[in-house]
Design a protein around this ligand. Structure first.
Ligand SMILES: *[C@@H]1O[C@H](CO)[C@@H](O)[C@H](O)[C@H]1NC(C)=O
Ligand SMILES: *[C@@H]1O[C@H](CO)[C@@H](O)[C@H](O)[C@H]1NC(C)=O
Ligand SMILES: *[C@@H]1O[C@H](CO)[C@@H](O)[C@H](O)[C@H]1NC(C)=O
Ligand SMILES: *[C@@H]1O[C@H](CO)[C@@H](O)[C@H](O)[C@H]1NC(C)=O
Ligand SMILES: *[C@@H]1O[C@H](CO)[C@@H](O)[C@H](O)[C@H]1NC(C)=O
Ligand SMILES: *[C@@H]1O[C@H](CO)[C@@H](O)[C@H](O)[C@H]1NC(C)=O
Ligand SMILES: *[C@@H]1O[C@H](CO)[C@@H](O)[C@H](O)[C@H]1NC(C)=O
Ligand SMILES: *[C@@H]1O[C@H](CO)[C@@H](O)[C@H](O)[C@H]1NC(C)=O
Length: 898
């Protein structure tokens, strides 16, 4: 009996060992273990329970797991694709906060009066909170982490003005409140935010090497070595013009102010010298207990700040701004390294495209498999049953047999070289022959492709696909099109591998007639799209662009209002593309609303002093930081409504409108709009927002803040703030407005711009209700906007709609990102059943070429516009080329035989 048990036991052991050895490959045996699986295993091995005992190396992933990080010195010379805009925004916000804190640290330096004007405790708290509240999809945490003895806190009655706190690190992060007693839906609202002081409580010393997840600290601090000061610290100058009463400036000249800020890198600076650095992805142990990644930038001060002897003082990194993003939401590129996918990339080559195809990443998949497509190489075309590129998600769930026989492209015979232009309208002769050989009935080619399908065709290709478009950067749409519910995603967050193969609904829709572009890449997914070229729209935008070019900063003063304003449909796409610039304004609106609704001025709680009212220096600092932190923002300002701004001494100012803009050169300028004779409250961007909100604040979202404070100066423990929790009401993105394009002729930007304006709120004088207090704006140059010339639905207000010159009989139009406000930012790809005829290493026609050749044609020059089409695809190889060849040979033989 005992021996039987022993045998069973041994067998069980062997079986277990076997299971262990097999490891977690893909879903099927044919998928080999790769870097993606390895990272998943690494991530699975860390749990909230064991993370404290792991060495720091195990809490970090390889730095190359996130590739193509935005580098500050390359931002202007490279295109940042939509799949990296969230990282770019993280980068910009880190820089923005670093500029703000560096500026106020050094500008408010000279007396005890200035010390009181410095940000107070709630300023720090609400500012980090606003960073995440305004960025629900991008930013999950935000902090300012001070070094030892570097924060001159002004909110303790028992702390001398020239003394510091040992450590101070206010950090806000989005709290998963599904289990809150008030949350009866038991679903995270994403609107509860926690704020802690990381410099307090047990194990609070984040400057200590034994604190495992403080890579952001090590990048900048402790900063005792002056030898690299000249590289790492840059002196920035801003010019400011203050006003102390309506219609009057204190000085007629701009006052120049200098401060030390984060490094200003040159084109070839190494990564260590950049102002913003990214940490490797790490496990946020004991906090959110998730894998995150941070962007961090240094804050400077001139230390010791309040010392008589200037020669003992030195500019130092005193804090780091740390902004966190969820690692699982970051796209990676699984394709082999190539031009668009430079090394280092840890996940390069984890896609499973066949050799006859090229891999291209898809956007919005985050950290999961299948975020790619396999397109035919130049010189290859899709088999007839395949509607457009093979989807990564299909390949990832194919069985070995399906994979072996499917997902291939067929060779295109008889490709032609680019013809020498002779002005004739005909396609090259070889093409004409093909047409003759292979004329097929158009009606057979409806989407989905069921024309005489060979039986070895993979099953997946028969399935109806319905991803509408990914170029719209609309993740939600993409997910829902894939049949992936948000709730699946939430579950999947826990174990990314489960998300590899989202279910595609098996329901087959009626295929639309005569629309052959692959379902997931069609101009739009609806019937209501007229796929054709619109000459009228084209002439209209040509007229408008000619008009735009006639206006410049010298003649704009004498132009009429109509001439300086353009139709709103010209700025189509701003809402999505310039979302992050709008969110910068929204962040300001959140911060101001929170502050003006919640802060009890001058109220003291024990040793804790309440914050003082906002003062003009801080608001100028915020406007300046918005402009300095994001190269796309050309102007930003905060504009208070009439009699809503209170000075620190309790008096009211009629108008206050600090506005900052990018001056010529690198200098940032700022001015108080209250000093102008004409007031800003009649400008369209102010009036439009005010009219909506001044009498009715219904519809504002409510946010919950849970704030914890240090119990004493030394931060021995944390305790709840007196008001716990706190609430505030603030606008969302949709509550703000994008203006139509106009020429900004006030001598500041002097260019075509569009403006986003969003309201902010505060308590009324009685403290009973919330009222409209003013507007925050950002200005972006129109030239930053990408236009979309492809066809769209009839109701889409896009001036450029259907102005692309694709040949819609044989190609479909795909907009290309990053081409800015010029024509030609699209490509024309072959429709299903058509093939690219030229032998030039491409498989589509570039919009730039289309536009050039079209212009040549319109001017009556020699052109090859009429050859820029796809030709009808040949039948499988045997039947076309060889039949022809055989018949030629036969006739030759017949000739000689005669
Ligand atoms: C305050 O900062 C300015 C500019 O950085 C500097 O010129 C001035 O000397 C400083 N004042 C004091 C009292 O440190
Ligand atoms: C910070 O200041 C305190 C009190 O002055 C001092 O005891 C401590 O050593 C300082 N810490 C550092 C890291 O300089
Ligand atoms: C702070 O200032 C007071 C005088 O106002 C001086 O006696 C004291 O030494 C200063 N302390 C520090 C840490 O500089
Ligand atoms: C909160 O965010 C998650 C995704 O991160 C989303 O699924 C959920 O719908 C959001 N909740 C609300 C109330 O918007
Ligand atoms: C934190 O750790 C550092 C380095 O070990 C030390 O110098 C510093 O005094 C510590 N700070 C506090 C507040 O304990
Ligand atoms: C504003 O500043 C100017 C110049 O310094 C001064 O003459 C004027 O009295 C000030 N006005 C107010 C309201 O303080
Ligand atoms: C980030 O916030 C989103 C809500 O928008 C939430 O779904 C997600 O779990 C958060 N991620 C982390 C790492 O906290
Ligand atoms: C982002 O998209 C671009 C253009 O499609 C591509 O070249 C790049 O490799 C993608 N990057 C990542 C990380 O997916």
């Amino acid at each position: 009996m005992r021996s039987v048990a022993a045998v069973v036991f041994a067998v069980a052991l062997v079986a277990l060992a076997g299971l262990e050895a097999q490891r977690s490959n893909g879903k099927f045996d044919w998928m080999s273990y790769d870097n993606f699986d390895q990272i998943i295993d690494r991530m699975d091995s860390v749990t909230p329970e064991n993370c404290n005992s792991k060495p720091s190396a195990e809490l970090r992933l390889h730095p190359d797991t996130v590739s193509q990080l935005p580098l500050t010195n390359r931002l202007l010379s490279t295109i940042i694709y939509p799949n990296r805009t969230s990282l770019l925004h993280l980068h910009n916000m880190a820089l923005n906060r670093a500029f703000f804190h560096s500026y106020v640290n050094q500008i408010l330096n000279n007396s005890q009066v200035d010390h009181k004007m410095q940000p107070g405790l709630m300023y720090f708290y609400f500012s980090t909170e606003a960073d995440i509240a305004a960025n629900p999809w991008g930013i999950n945490g935000s902090a300012v982490m001070f070094d030892n003895n570097c924060s001159y806190a002004n909110w303790y009655t028992n702390l001398e003005f020239n003394n510091t706190l040992p450590l101070f690190g206010p950090r806000a992060w989005r709290f998963d409140d599904y289990n809150d007693p008030t949350n009866w839906l038991r679903e995270p609202t994403n609107e509860t935010l926690n704020i802690d002081d990381y410099g307090a409580g047990p194990e609070h010393n984040y400057s200590n090497p034994s604190y495992k997840i403080n890579q952001w600290y090590d990048y900048w601090m402790p900063d005792y070595d002056p030898s690299r000061d000249s590289v790492m610290k840059h002196t920035y100058t801003v010019g400011i013009k203050f006003s102390n009463e309506t219609g009057r400036f204190v000085n007629d000249e701009f006052e120049g102010r200098s401060f030390f800020g984060p490094p200003q890198p040159s084109q070839n600076s190494p990564e260590e010298d950049l102002p913003v650095r990214f940490t490797a992805p790490y496990y946020d142990c004991g906090r959110s207990n998730k894998w995150i990644m941070s962007a961090t930038a240094p804050v400077l001060d001139y230390l010791p700040r309040y010392l008589e002897w200037m020669h003992l003082r030195r500019q130092r990194f005193v804090a780091a701004t740390v902004l966190d993003i969820d690692f699982l939401t970051l796209d990676f590129n699984p394709c082999p390294t190539a031009q668009g996918n430079p090394a280092p990339n840890y996940f390069a080559n984890t896609a499973r495209c066949k050799p006859s195809t090229i891999c291209e990443p898809l956007m919005g998949y985050g950290f999961q498999r299948g975020g790619y497509i396999c397109m035919c190489r130049p010189g290859y075309r899709y088999p007839r049953w395949q509607n457009g590129p093979y989807l990564g998600v299909d390949i990832e769930r194919a069985t070995e047999e399906e994979y072996q026989y499917g997902f291939e492209c067929e060779k295109v015979d008889w490709r032609v070289v680019i013809p020498i232009i002779d002005g004739s309208d005909n396609m090259p002769t070889t093409v004409a022959t093909k047409y003759a050989v292979n004329k097929r009935d158009i009606s057979q080619l409806s989407a989905g492709g069921s024309v005489d399908e060979p039986h070895n065709a993979p099953v997946v290709s028969r399935r109806k696909r319905s991803v509408s478009r990914w170029h719209g950067s609309d993740k939600a749409a993409l997910l829902s099109a894939l049949g992936l519910k948000e709730s699946n995603l939430k579950k999947a967050k826990l174990s990314p591998r489960k998300r590899m193969a989202p279910k595609v609904s098996t329901k087959v829709e009626e295929p639309p007639k005569r629309v052959w572009a692959p379902r997931h890449q069609r101009d739009t997914s609806s019937f209501r799209v007229k796929r054709s070229f619109d000459q009228e729209a084209r002439s209209r935008i040509e007229r408008i662009i000619d008009h735009m070019n006639t206006i410049n900063k010298d003649n704009c003063k004498i132009k009429t209002n109509t001439e300086l304003n353009l139709p709103g449909d010209l700025a189509f796409g701003a809402k999505e593309q310039l979302q992050n610039q709008a969110r910068t304004a929204l962040r300001m609106a959140h911060f101001l609303s929170n502050f003006l609704e919640n802060v009890d001025f001058y109220e003291e709680y024990g040793n804790l002093r309440g914050d003082r009212p906002l003062n003009f220096e801080l608001l100028f600092g915020e406007a300046i930081a918005n402009v300095m932190g994001d190269y796309k923002i050309f102007g930003s300002g905060v504009f208070f409504d009439t009699d809503k701004f209170k000075n620190m001494d309790g008096t009211t100012r009629q108008y206050f409108g600090p506005y900052s803009w990018r001056g010529s050169g690198t200098r940032t300028m700022a001015i108080d709009y209250a000093g102008h004779d004409e007031t800003y409250i009649e400008d369209a961007w102010f009036v439009d927002v005010k009219e909506r909100w001044q009498s009715n604040v219904y519809g504002l979202k409510k946010w919950t803040t849970k704030a914890m404070l240090r119990s004493n100066l030394f931060g021995t423990s944390l305790r709840r703030f007196e008001h716990y929790p706190m609430y505030y009401r603030a606008p969302s993105m949709e509550d703000g407005l994008w203006s139509a394009p106009y020429f900004d002729c006030d001598g500041y930007i002097d260019d075509w711009v569009i403006t986003y304006s969003v309201p902010f709120f505060g308590m009324n004088t009685l403290g009973t209700n919330i009222e409209f207090k003013g507007v925050v704006i950002v200005d972006v140059k129109l030239e930053e906007l990408d236009v979309n010339q492809c066809p769209g639905e009839f109701h889409v207000p896009n001036a450029f709609k259907s102005t692309a010159r694709c040949d819609y009989e044989s190609t479909y139009c795909v907009p290309l990102p990053g081409k800015r406000f010029t024509r030609g930012g699209y490509k024309c790809e072959c429709l299903q059943g058509f093939e690219y005829p030229f032998n030039d290493r491409a498989w589509y026609y570039d919009g730039q070429t289309m536009e050039e050749e079209y212009d040549k044609m319109m001017r009556g020059e020699r052109h090859r516009f009429n050859t820029l089409k796809c030709r009808e695809a040949g039948a499988p190889r045997v039947s076309s080329g060889s039949v022809l060849l055989i018949s030629v040979i036969a006739s030759i033989m017949a000739f000689f035989g005669r």
